[in-house]
Design a protein around this ligand. Structure first.
Ligand code: FMN
Length: 210
């Protein structure tokens, strides 16, 4: 399968989200053949939204100037990479209860009218990424699991569900490793072990074509 893998942690060798994503790709590759298209948004951060982008993106394609097309070229290319993939793996830490800003810049580049979502004649929106299996691997310092006292602070999960749901990712997989920082060593190790076990299950499911 063709898989697009995006990392977003500011940390490199010490990053838990990067290492969990590598773990998942290793497990998946043991079971099926995987061709990876890799993007590190902490290094190759997509351009932030500018005034030129905001105008160009909502200008109908046939009315765009060459300058507008140039402005959108990077975002067009990112959208193409997503659409060409069979599967998507996004690994990121929680920063201040939500997604890292570098990943938000990526999201702002890939939610695109007439590319990753279209409008039907009845006015409804049709996401174009329905085909892509999608896995979000998130790492959190605290424990924000549902039912716990910090659950209400999780603005990351709803934000990913909204943006990606809109472009067609209706049933993503989530593996959330938590708590990885603000807890004792035993709790951190248990959280990593739980996440690896869940990733192993997702790898089996994906390799079996589910
Ligand atoms: C700037 C910053 C903000 C953070 N904000 C949160 C937060 O809001 N909630 C949380 O649970 N952990 C927070 N953390 C902790 C990280 O989410 C946690 O250490 C995670 O495991 C980092 O993933 P990584 O190892 O892939 O970088 C924050 C860390 C940093 C550096």
């Amino acid at each position: 399968m063709k898989l697009m893998h995006v990392d977003a942690s500011a940390k490199r060798e010490r990053s838990n989200s990067r290492s969990l994503a590598r773990f998942f790709l290793d497990r998946l590759s043991e079971r099926t053949s995987v061709e990876v298209d890799y993007l590190d948004v902490a290094i190759d951060t997509p351009p932030h939204v500018t005034e030129a982008f905001a105008i160009a993106t909502y200008t109908p394609e046939e009315n765009r100037t060459q300058a507008m097309r140039d402005t959108l070229a990077h975002s067009d290319a990112l959208c193409r990479r997503l659409l060409q993939a069979d599967a998507l793996v996004f690994a990121m830490p929680m920063y201040n209860f939500s997604i890292p800003s570098a990943f938000k810049a990526f999201v702002d580049n890939i939610v695109r009218t007439n590319i990753t979502y279209k409008q039907a004649v009845d006015g409804s929106y049709v996401g174009q990424l329905e085909r892509q299996k999608t896995l979000f691997i998130t790492t959190r310092g605290a424990d924000l699991r549902p039912g716990g006292p910090l659950a209400a602070y999780d603005a990351l999960t709803p934000s990913l569900r909204a943006a990606f749901g809109f472009i067609g990712v209706s049933s993503p997989w989530f593996v959330d490793a938590q708590p990885l920082q603000f807890a004792d060593q035993e709790a951190r190790e248990a959280a990593l072990a739980r996440a690896r076990a869940e990733l192993d299950e997702v790898a089996v499911e994906w390799a079996e074509g589910n």
